[in-house]
Design a protein around this ligand. Sequence first.
Ligand code: PLP
Length: 346
Amino acid sequence: MKTIDLRSDTVSHPTPAMREAMAKAVVGDDVYHDDPTVNQLEADAAELLGKEAAVFVTSGTQGNLCALLAHCNRGESIIIGDSSHIFRYEQGGMAQLGGILPHTVPVQADGTLRLCDLESAINPDDEHKPVTRLVALENTHNMAGGMPLSAEYTDAVADFARRNLLIFHIDGARIFNAAAAYGVDVKTLVAGADSVTFCLSKGLCAPAGSVLVGRQDFIRRARRARKVLGGSMRQVGILAAAGLVALHTMRDRLSEDHDNAQLLAEGLSELPDICIKGQNTNFVFFSLSDDAGISLDEFVGALRRDYNIFMSPYSGEQGLIRLRTHYWIDRSAIDKVIAAVSSLVS
Ligand SMILES: *Cc1c(COP(=O)(O)O)cnc(C)c1O
């Protein structure tokens, strides 16, 4: 029985085209800038996002940290959402390694930060306070349930940053999901940002790697940060080759994942005892009603044991299951999941 793994889009694995490109990749020592495949990936990523330059990093976490280390000095402060990935799930790397202080503001249900909250998070020019250097958004917003942020909203934050002489960073781990959700060129979603991180893994299916884009001088500093973090690799064109396939062939199909997430939510919502709590982009959240006659753990266990369907209780909120669709979850998998869940709850 084929495994249907809905725990996350991070479980997606490389496509046959990626494996072929990896086998054939021309490589060199990337620390010498000698890897033509990495150079190509960086050039294409910069162009696609409308920025001057790019650096290939090992992960989204490393990309965000390189960005913050390159943008901020020790003792400076950044404004960031209180449920953002950078604040909640990156071990406070900015503070541990960069001496950077996060000043959190509440993330709204739609994944945005209110401009009035941003405004009041800026420290005055006062020797008691750290200097506020940067503001960061997350698009799509993970903890807000995969919410995509619009170009209009991002432009408003860019304008706020410009007026207040702040640097503007976007954690765009799933920025291409946001572009697919709005049906826009990704450039419009990052036009006002000084830097953007995005993942080649997750929905784009590359086995590893993220890219950080921004101005030339910033990318030079980010490269130094990557080196001290141990993230400079050698013949890494092997991975960049998969990244190029991801960048050029996997973006346009992300709307299929969103359609499948919607179909899954619709199908599940028609079953007794299933309460859909949200569906945005490739995320679906649901809970079991108290009358379901099966606990969440039993439910997850039975799906895995009897149907080879992998789900896991959501760590962010008790009693919820979060599903994420991806390339390896097709229409027929959605039907199988709905049928399996139906057999467990009715
Ligand atoms: C996945 C993710 C990252 C980076 O995660 P890595 O596992 O380090 O690649 C950063 N931000 C968000 C919003 C994410 O979902």
